[in-house]
Design a protein around this ligand. Structure first.
Ligand code: AMP
Length: 433
């Protein structure tokens, strides 16, 4: 590694003129590709509000201990992928790898349980030091939802149906996979049996699986390596071993999803990468994504609030990956409409340039998008800018137009021109005349 990368506070002259790239696995979304992002965020706010969810904003940095305890020290996310740093020798902090732990911390810290059940959503960047590939990045963005204080299966079904509704409104079809990962009553005995069963088949399993057998045997079921599949297909299933309350909960969720018209598939090998899930686990997958097919995943986390020092409070949530959703929307050719200027002012001289500034300011105050090229210059160059901006009309302003208060409005598509009084421009552009 080059030394200059390790000395963040080196003399700034070291870098003068040297191109500095973005961080590997952390992406820019340029204006040309931001439309699906804006659409997915706008629709999220609209749809989640219909279901009674309110937005929460929490910091990107939390105490390391929050994730160690909340997400689980044994998970890959905390153990291998988290960005952890010591803040000037004072405390261990971490860039958040997911949003639930921070939301739970805020819920506890502000005593929100006294207000009864809460439905929250958030959106923002998350950080995991994974090997970057398509659909997997080191900074990625999630839209997530959490419900605190409701243990009933109706809550699970409503949340899954909401996510289904949300994606449908974006024109995205995803397969809904559902499972129950049991609870503290039925899972430990199953895990013991699973560990023993997998332990007897180590030779047929990949190195990753072998490493996980002792640490996190449920995750072995999630392995995607081809050669492991014949073995894993035969593995004992937790859905066959659920305790009575977990079984009843699972049956109720399935029944209600049916009532709500949500098509789903039970996937007994669906487990999630985080320790805190109990009972309901679910995932939304899309064939448009290739290997990283999960666009969203969630589940119930009834013990988490207590684990993090709060009062016993059931909860359920999901997180959706915005990069993956953007990939799907782009693959579908979905382009959200971009705001185009209604008119682009073209300055023929100094007086025209000043008038263009004044007229543009007035139109914008009236809520009409318009633009101009402050560099001025040749008319041809300004018309080219008008075209690039996608303006509907262009309007040339010079000393004559300023003096007469009249100009010619050019339709950029048909190339037709028509006279317009400058004072009537706003009415004309909004279809008034
Ligand atoms: P998780 O928090 O691991 O349950 O993931 C929830 C969703 O976040 C996944 O279904 C993905 O869409 C997205 N996601 C998780 N990790 C990444 C990553 N490294 N890069 C991009 N998206 C991710």
């Amino acid at each position: 590694m080059r030394r200059d990368r390790l000395t963040p506070l080196g003399p700034s002259s070291t870098y003068a003129g040297v191109k500095i790239n973005g961080v590997k696995g952390m992406n820019d979304v340029l204006p040309a590709r931001v439309a699906p992002w804006q659409e997915m965020e706008r629709v999220a706010r609209e749809v989640f509000a219909l279901y009674g969810y309110r937005e929460v904003r929490t910091p990107s940095v939390e105490q390391y201990a929050l994730f160690a305890r909340g997400v689980g020290e044994m998970t890959d996310i905390v153990n291998k992928e988290m960005y952890v740093f010591e803040d000037k020798g004072e405390e261990m902090l971490a860039l958040r790898p997911e949003g639930t732990a921070g939301a739970v911390r805020a819920f506890i810290e502000h005593g929100c349980h006294v207000e009864g059940p809460q439905k929250w959503f958030y959106l923002g960047p998350m950080f995991r030091r994974e090997r970057p590939q398509k659909g997997r990045y080191r900074q990625f963005h999630q839209i997530g939802c959490e419900v605190f204080g409701v243990a009933e299966p109706a809550c699970d079904a409503e949340q899954i149906a909401m996510l289904d509704d949300y994606l449908a409104r974006l024109g995205v079809r995803a397969e809904v996979k559902l499972n129950s990962v049991g609870d503290a009553a039925c899972r430990p005995a199953y895990l013991d049996d699973l560990r023993t069963w997998l332990g007897a088949r180590r030779a047929a399993l990949c190195p990753d699986c072998n490493e996980r057998i002792d640490r996190n045997p449920l995750r072995v079921l999630d392995c995607k390596v081809e050669s492991c599949q014949p073995v894993l297909r035969e593995a004992p299933r937790l859905v066959d071993r659920l305790c009575e309350p977990c079984r009843a909960h699972f049956e109720a969720v399935k029944g209600m999803l049916g009532d709500l018209g949500v098509t789903f598939e039970v996937d007994p090998r669906l487990v999630r990468g985080l320790d805190y899930y109990v009972r309901t686990a679910y995932e939304f997958a899309s064939g448009a994504l290739g290997a990283q097919s999960a666009v969203a995943g969630g589940g119930r986390y009834d013990g988490l609030v207590e684990t993090l020092g709060g009062p016993p409070t059931p909860g359920i949530g999901f997180a959706l990956g915005q990069e993956r959703l953007a990939l799907i929307m782009e693959a579908l050719g979905r382009k959200a409409p971009v705001e185009r200027p209604a008119v682009f002012f073209i300055a023929a001289d100094e007086a025209g340039a000043r008038e263009a500034m004044r007229r543009a300011a007035a139109l914008r105050k009236a809520g009409i998008a318009c633009d101009l090229d402050p560099r001025g210059g040749k008319l041809k160059g300004q018309f080219r800018q008008a075209e690039r901006a996608g303006a509907r009309f262009a309007l040339v302003l010079g000393g004559d137009e300023v003096a007469s208060g009249r100009a010619r409005l050019k339709d950029m598509e048909t190339r037709e021109e028509s006279p317009v009084a400058l004072d009537e421009l706003a009415a004309r552009l909004t279809g008034g005349r």
